[in-house]
Design a protein around this ligand. Structure first.
Ligand code: SOE
Length: 387
């Protein structure tokens, strides 16, 4: 089998997760890694036996060996790197949000279509086996008509005003933080499982810490706790939301509501979703991803465990181990990349074959939802999500 030659740009929280997942898929050679964090890049380069380690992302784009680019940089670099990679005719797997604005993401969607290259966005939570099973249940009519979709995505890594990360800076992260960073995952999941688009939103957002203390020096996502203790801090104003509540309407008229927070003590990465249908309900929590609750009215409720033999056929390939052998967070991106690389290997054109992974079009739609959420919060009105 021909090995597909790929490169990863960025070595923060998610870059190493991409590298590790790529290693486990097989049939892929990571030929280059780029990062401004020279030391970290060198260490990762050695660990993953990557022949070329660059400091500048431009060198990866110019490298004729590279067929696929994983963009794992902070948000403000998503647009420029994705655009350059598409322009060079390379396939791209981008971190979310696809760009900081929907104008930019629209441009990327049309450029990708023009180039005909494979484009994907890492909405990794779709790729848990039990999420795929819930989607299959939905498609087979086992849940009936969707009435209500509700849940939350809660974290606590930005709980204190001394917690700091680049995501707090609008110029690096964008006009929305909690909604764009984690609310986007939840909305993507809700739409993926139900097969229904979110059509309008009513949002109430809040910045709990309008001022935060920035430690001098960069801090990796989830690493604030250790850094905040260092004591060398400066005050900076915060313009993005720490938390918020968003009411939703879906294409079939179903209603929804999601609470998003990065300041909920004790909640680390608690993405919880429940879908109430006319025949049954399902509920799933990212922190206990190996079980799916199924709610019934006329018979006892069920808990389906991640056992390939108990899952619908469509979901089985995402469960790599037998029941009782838990799979988790690192497996989601791996499953997503697996589909992307199969698509590339089979020489498929995303304009002709329907991708079995989230694409730039999905990333653009999430940006449109974020736009509507910000507008609704500012106007205190329902706002339609328009293509
Ligand atoms: C930080 O909130 C973060 O790392 C997000 O950026 C990821 O997308 C999410 O999976 C976990 O939390």
């Amino acid at each position: 089998m021909k090995r597909i030659r790929t490169a990863v740009i960025g070595t923060g929280f998610i870059g190493p997760a991409h590298l590790e997942a790529l290693q486990r898929i097989g049939g892929i050679q990571v030929v280059a890694l780029a990062s401004i964090e020279k030391e970290k890049a060198r260490t990762l380069g050695t660990r993953f036996a990557i022949p070329k380690v660059y400091e500048k992302w431009e060198d990866v784009i110019a490298d004729g060996d590279v067929e696929v680019i994983h963009n794992c940089t902070p948000n403000h670099l998503h647009f420029v790197i994705n655009k350059a990679a598409l322009g060079a005719g390379k396939h791209v797997i981008s971190e979310k949000p696809l760009t900081m604005t929907s104008k930019e993401s629209a441009e990327l969607v049309s450029l990708a279509a023009k180039k005909g290259v494979v484009n994907a966005i890492n909405f990794n939570y779709r790729f848990y086996p039990l999420i795929q099973h819930a989607r299959a249940m939905m498609e087979k009519g086992e849940l009936g008509k969707v009435y209500l979709v509700h849940g939350h995505y809660l974290q606590d890594w930005l709980y204190y005003d001394t917690d700091y990360n680049w995501r707090l800076e609008t110029k690096m992260s964008g006009a929305s933080r909690a909604i764009a960073d984690i609310g986007s995952h939840w909305c993507d999941l809700a739409q993926f499982v139900t097969g229904l688009k979110i059509t309008s939103v009513f949002a109430d957002l809040m910045t709990v810490h309008p001022k935060r203390k920035r430690p001098r020096g960069a801090i990796e996502t989830f690493k604030g706790k250790e850094m905040a203790l260092s004591g060398d801090l400066e005050d900076i104003p915060i313009r993005t939301e720490d938390t918020g509540i968003v009411m939703l309407r879906f294409a079939n008229g179903a209603r929804g509501v999601v609470t998003v927070s990065q300041v909920s003590a004790g909640r680390k990465n608690c993405e919880q979703i429940e879908i109430d249908g006319s025949k049954a309900a399902v509920a799933w929590n990212q922190e206990e991803p190996n079980q799916l609750w199924v709610g019934h009215r006329e018979r006892p409720n069920e808990v389906i465990i991640k056992d390939p033999s108990l899952l619908h056929q469509e979901a089985r390939k995402y469960a790599h181990y037998p029941g009782g052998h838990p799979e988790g967070y690192p497996d989601g991106p791996m499953n997503l990349f697996m589909n992307v690389y199969d698509f590339i290997r089979e020489g498929k054109d995303p304009r002709k074959s329907i991708p079995d992974f989230p694409t730039f079009a999905d990333g653009h739609w999430e940006n449109k939802i974020v736009d509507a959420v910000l507008k609704s919060d500012g106007t205190r009105k329902w706002v339609e999500v328009k293509p």
